[in-house]
Design a protein around this ligand. Structure first.
Ligand code: CA
Ligand code: CA
Length: 300
């Protein structure tokens, strides 16, 4: 059994970069707990607080965690064992932002109690509690990527399938990988259309592991039911095209099938899905249900 590392929510970064020194270190196989602030750095406690938010300190992510022995060209596996969220979440509309900017002209702030497995949206609507991790990534190979932007290193993927029980496979670009995560949502719809989920602080327990010498072009998410390639680009068309190409590559490396058969399989049994349409790059995923691959026994 490995050790257990806890990173407090005071250890945050606002970008992913090789220049951020690790605040904690773990061996492959270790369990790590990340305490996380919400996407507003816990600055919005009452409706009026939104006026005073410092926008330089939004989208904090906790870390970085060094995973000892990881090197460029490896893949980091982050298995999400548990997500605990606070008992109240927050949503906002911001003029000029999100996919409904043409309709929503007013700034609004709403707080939602979270209890009994649900977000209490109002006295008639309860949204099932489906906690997920919005921001999760490694340091990019070059430069610095704000935590609000997704990319091949992960980042602000806002992908609702990154929840309890999922495994996130991330490219390693720098020694130690430098994993950060944050931006928990108690619930979020695909698209994240007004630019937020139910934003909430919390704690994420993960197990980290490494696959040495196996590179990925962008993140892969595995759940109990499916494999997903996740890709981000300037527009959704391009993000879909990238996610699809990455899934073709993923399957070609694991199935004794030609390109045409893989294309046919994805066209009859795979699913193109939208993660988010509101971040600086848009994120899409290509999904293949695991049961379609049972005859081959596909693994990472
Ligand atoms: Ca986000
Ligand atoms: Ca968020």
């Amino acid at each position: 059994m490995g050790g257990r590392v806890v990173i407090p929510d005071t250890q945050v970064v606002y970008s992913m970069s090789a220049t951020h020194p690790p605040v904690a270190s773990a061996e492959p196989g270790d369990t790590v707990v990340f305490s996380t602030q919400d996407c507003f750095s816990n600055q919005v406690r009452a409706e009026d607080d939104l006026e005073r938010v410092s926008w330089e300190t939004v989208n904090p992510a906790t870390g970085p965690l060094e995973v000892r022995g990881s090197r460029p060209g490896d893949t980091l596996i982050v298995e999400i064992l548990d997500i605990e969220v606070a008992d109240r979440g927050l949503m906002v509309t911001l003029p000029g932002m999100g996919a409904l900017a043409h309709l929503l002209k007013r700034q609004t702030v709403r707080f939602f109690p979270i209890r009994e497995g649900a977000v209490i949206f109002n006295d008639r609507v309860r949204v099932p509690l489906e906690p997920m991790v919005g921001v999760i990534g490694t340091a990019p190979g070059e430069g610095e990527v704000p935590c609000g932007t997704p990319g091949s290193h992960g980042g602000n993927l806002d992908t609702r399938t990154i929840g309890v029980g999922s495994r996130v496979y991330l490219p390693v670009y720098v020694p130690g990988a430098l994993l950060v995560l944050g931006d928990l949502h108690a619930a979020m719809g695909d698209g994240e259309v007004v630019i937020c989920g139910v934003e909430v602080p919390g704690r994420v327990t993960v197990k980290v592991d490494l696959v040495r010498g196996r590179t990925l072009p962008s993140p892969v998410v595995e759940t109990a039911e499916a494999w997903m390639t996740v890709a981000s680009a300037e527009d959704l068309d391009r993000a879909v095209a990238l996610a699809l190409d990455h899934m073709v590559t993923f399957l070609r490396e694991r199935l004794p099938l030609g390109l045409e058969e893989i294309g046919l399989l994805l066209s009859c049994a795979g699913h193109t899905q939208v993660s988010q349409v509101v971040d600086p790059l848009k994120t899409a995923r290509m999904l293949i249900p695991k049961r379609m691959l049972d005859g081959y026994g596909v693994s990472f």
